[in-house]
Design a protein. Structure first.
Lengths: 279, 349
C-alpha cells in the first residue's frame, strides 16, 4: 500500500517534469528558430521544407557589424531606454513616497492608471500624440520617445515602489524627522538605500518593456530616433525579406535584455517577492 | 528652561476627537509617566509634543515658547520608539551621529560625542554593526544613545521596553532612570507596565479616553485614587471594587458613610486580612476558590457567603495554613476602605 503510494507519487512527479519540460521547449522554440536562421546562409534559410541540419555561418552577423543603420538604431535604443528608465525612477520615487508617507491620496488613481495603461493598446496614445509631437518638435526625438513611454512605465513604477516603501516601518521615518531630516533627506538616505533590490527590479522591468516596445516607436519616430525593434523590421524591404540579417538583428536586439535579466534575475525575484526592503 | 505645557489641547482625526481639552504641565527636569488603557491617546499626546501630529485646538508651549506650528526638527526633542526605529541601512555609528551631522556639527566633535555615548551605553564594540545584527537589548541601547547624543530639551519614550524580555526590562528600566536622573532632562514616558509606572516617574498621569483623570506622585495615586478608574488602574492585582451594600452588609463595626445605596467601595487585595484578630472592618466569611502562589506572595480568590468575589493578597506561606475550599474570615485593615460615588466614580472621602 505504502509502496503503491510512493510509486504513484514518483509517477506523477515524472509527468510534471515532462510537462514542464515540454512547455519550456515550446516557449523557447521561436528563439531557437530565430537563432538557427541567423546562422544559415541565404540559400539554407529559404529551403523548403526547412533544414534542421546545416553548416552554420557568421556571415549575417558580419554584415550587421558594418550595417550603419542597424548600429544606429541599436544606439538609439540604448539612449531611449536609459533615459526612459532614469526619468521613470526620478518621477516615481518622490511620487511613491508622497503617496505612502505624506498622506497624499492617489494610490487608487495610480491603480486605475495602471490598469488603463495595460488594457489600452499603445497605438491609441500614438494617434492623438502624433500631431502634438510634430507641433512641439518632439516627433522623432529621443526625449519624445522617453516621455511617451512614461505613460506606460510610470504607473507600474509608482505602484511597485509604493508597495516597497510601505514595507518600511513608518516609525523610522518619524525618528528621522525628529532627528531633523527633511523628506528629501529621508528619501535619499533611508528609503532609496533600503529598497535597492526593489529599485533594481523596477528599473529592469521598465528597461525590458521600453527596449522591446514597437508600436509607439513606429508611430512617433521616422529616422533619427528609430529604435532597435524598428531596426529589425527594417530588413523587410519592399520586394524581399533578408531573413538572415533580420534574424541576426533580432538576436543582437535580444542579447542586452537577456544579459540584463540574467545578471539581475536575483534582484527581480527578490524585489518582487519578499525582500524588496533590505533589513 | 524646557518645561512642556499643554493648554486646552484638542486632537481630532477626521471627525473623531481623541483628545478633548488636555491640560498638562511637565516641569523642567521632571519625569512624567503616562499610563492608561490601549487607545486612550497616550501615543497621540507624545506625538503632539514631538511635532509628529498637529493639534487641532489649544496650545503647546516648549520651554515657554509656543510650539504649535514648529516642525519636529525645530523642537530639539528626542524620542525612543517601541520598535526602536533604527535606520536599517546605517551602522550603529551612523545611527548615533545622524542627528548631529544634520545639524552640521564638526566631524571631530561628532566622533567625540559618539565615543562618549557609546562608552556610557556599552556600545563600543558594536559601532560598525548594522541594526539587523543587534539583539533587542542592544538595539534599544542604540535607540537610547541616538536620543541622548544631541542633548535634547526633552526625552519622549513610547513603551520603549515592551519588546524586551523580563530580565532585560528590569535592567533597562534602571538604566533609563539613572540616565534621566544624571541628565535631568524633562521626560515623558508612556508605558503599560505597572512597575515602570510606579518606580520610574516623579509623577504619574493616568489617562482615559483622551483625558487625564489624575496626576500625582506614584504613592499619592496608590493611596488616594481620585476615582474608580484610577483606583482600578493603579496597583496590581487590581483593587476590588463593588457596591457598598454588597461588601458591607454584614460588616462590623458599621463604618460611617460607606453604606449608602449610591456608594461604591474599593479595597486593595493587600489590605484584606485573612483569619486575623487584628483591628479593622470585619466583612464576614468567605470560601477560598483558588490559591495562586508566587513564592514571595500569594493571591487568594475568595467568594463571600453573599456571593461576592474578592481578590486577596497574602504572604507566600499561606498554603500551609489554608487549603482550597476552606472557610476564612476577612478583615479590611483600618482606613483602607476607599469610597466612591457610584454614578460619577469620584472619590467621596
Ligand atoms: N493616524 C490616525 N488616524 C486616525 N485615528 C488615529 C490615528 N492615530 C491614532 N488614532 C486613534 O486615536 C486614538 C488614540 O490612539 P493612540 O495611539 O494615541 O493610543 P494609545 O493610548 O497610544 O494606545 P496604545 O496603548 O494601544 O498604544 C485611538 O482610538 C486611535 O484609533
Ligand atoms: Mg501607543
Amino acid at each position: 500500500m505504502r509502496r503503491g503510494g510512493r510509486l504513484r507519487e514518483q509517477f506523477s512527479l515524472g509527468w510534471a517534469c515532462i510537462f514542464t519540460g515540454a512547455m519550456v521547449l515550446f516557449s523557447l522554440f521561436p528563439v531557437y528558430w530565430v537563432l538557427a536562421t541567423s546562422l544559415k546562409t541565404r540559400r539554407d534559410g529559404l529551403a523548403n521544407p526547412p533544414l534542421w541540419i546545416f553548416d552554420p555561418t557568421a556571415a549575417n552577423y558580419l554584415k550587421l557589424w558594418t550595417h550603419e543603420t542597424f548600429k544606429y538604431t541599436f544606439l538609439n535604443s540604448v539612449i531611449v531606454t536609459g533615459s526612459g528608465v532614469l526619468l521613470s525612477l526620478a518621477l516615481a520615487i518622490p511620487t511613491a513616497y508622497a503617496i505612502v508617507r505624506m498622506k497624499v491620496r492617489g494610490r487608487s488613481l495610480v491603480g486605475i492608471w495602471l490598469i488603463l495603461a495595460y488594457m489600452l493598446p499603445e497605438f491609441l496614445f500614438v494617434l492623438p500624440m502624433f500631431s502634438l509631437y510634430q507641433w512641439t518638435g518632439l516627433y522623432d526625438t529621443h526625449v519624445g520617445l522617453a516621455l511617451m513611454y512614461q505613460v506606460h512605465v510610470l504607473p507600474l513604477s509608482i505602484w511597485l515602489l509604493s508597495s516597497f516603501f510601505r514595507e518600511i516601518n513608518p516609525a523610522i521615518d518619524e525618528a528621522a524627522r525628529i532627528e531633523g531630516a527633511s523628506h528629501l533627506h529621508i528619501l535619499a538616505r533611508i528609503y532609496i538605500p533600503c529598497t535597492l533590490p526593489g529599485m533594481a527590479a523596477t528599473a529592469i522591468l521598465n528597461a525590458i518593456w521600453i527596449w522591446n516596445e514597437l508600436a509607439i516607436a513606429l508611430g512617433l519616430t521616422f529616422s533619427k530616433a528609430q529604435t532597435v525593434t524598428l531596426g529589425v523590421t527594417g530588413f523587410r524591404g519592399y520586394a524581399a525579406l533578408d531573413w538572415g540579417a533580420m534574424t541576426g538583428a533580432s538576436i543582437i536586439a535580444i542579447i542586452p535584455m537577456l544579459l540584463f535579466a540574467l545578471v539581475a534575475q536575483k534582484h527581480i525575484v527578490r524585489g518582487l517577492t519578499f525582500g524588496a526592503v533590505k533589513g | 528652561m524646557s518645561d512642556i505645557r499643554f493648554t486646552n489641547a484638542h486632537k481630532k482625526f477626521g471627525d473623531v476627537e481623541v483628545i478633548h481639552n488636555l491640560n498638562l504641565h511637565v516641569e523642567d527636569g521632571e519625569f512624567i509617566v503616562l499610563v492608561g488603557p490601549s487607545g486612550c491617546a497616550k501615543s497621540t499626546t507624545l506625538r503632539m509634543i514631538a511635532g509628529l501630529e498637529r493639534m487641532t485646538g489649544g496650545d503647546l508651549h516648549n520651554g515657554g515658547k509656543r510650539a504649535n506650528s514648529m516642525t519636529a526638527a525645530e523642537r530639539n526633542i528626542s524620542m525612543v520608539f517601541q520598535s526602536y526605529a533604527l535606520f536599517p541601512n546605517m551602522s550603529v555609528r551612523q545611527n548615533l551621529s545622524f542627528g548631529l551631522k544634520l545639524r552640521k556639527t564638526r566631524a571631530t566633535v561628532v566622533d567625540h560625542e559618539v565615543a562618549r555615548v557609546a562608552g556610557m551605553l556599552g556600545l563600543d564594540s558594536l559601532l560598525d554593526r548594522k541594526p539587523g545584527q543587534l539583539s533587542g537589548g542592544q538595539a534599544q541601547r542604540v535607540a537610547l544613545g541616538r536620543a541622548m547624543i544631541r542633548r535634547p530639551d526633552a526625552f519622549l519614550f513610547d513603551e520603549p521596553l515592551s519588546n524586551l524580555d523580563a530580565e532585560l526590562r528590569v535592567q533597562m528600566r534602571g538604566e533609563i532612570s539613572e540616565m534621566q536622573a544624571n541628565l535631568s532632562t524633562t521626560t515623558v514616558y508612556v508605558t503599560h507596565d505597572q512597575v515602570e509606572a510606579m518606580t520610574m516617574g516623579d509623577r504619574i498621569a493616568v489617562m482615559n479616553k483622551g483625558e487625564i483623570l489624575q496626576i500625582g506622585a506614584p504613592a499619592d495615586l496608590y493611596e488616594r485614587p481620585a476615582n474608580t478608574f484610577v483606583a482600578g488602574f493603579i496597583g496590581s492585582p487590581r483593587m476590588n471594587l463593588m457596591p457598598a451594600r454588597d461588601l458591607l452588609a454584614d460588616a462590623e463595626p458599621t463604618d460611617g458613610p460607606a453604606h449608602g445605596a449610591a456608594v461604591t467601595v474599593g479595597v486593595r487585595p493587600e489590605h484584606i486580612l485573612v483569619n486575623s484578630e487584628a483591628e479593622g472592618t470585619r466583612i464576614g466569611d468567605a470560601h477560598v476558590l483558588r490559591i495562586e502562589n508566587l513564592g514571595h506572595e500569594a493571591h487568594l480568590h475568595v467568594r463571600t457567603l453573599r456571593g461576592i468575589k474578592l481578590n486577596v493578597r497574602t504572604d507566600g506561606e499561606v498554603h500551609h495554613r489554608i487549603a482550597q475550599g476552606a472557610r476564612v474570615s476577612l478583615t479590611v485593615r483600618p482606613g483602607m476602605l476607599h469610597t466612591f460615588h457610584s454614578s460619577t466614580g469620584e472619590c467621596l472621602a
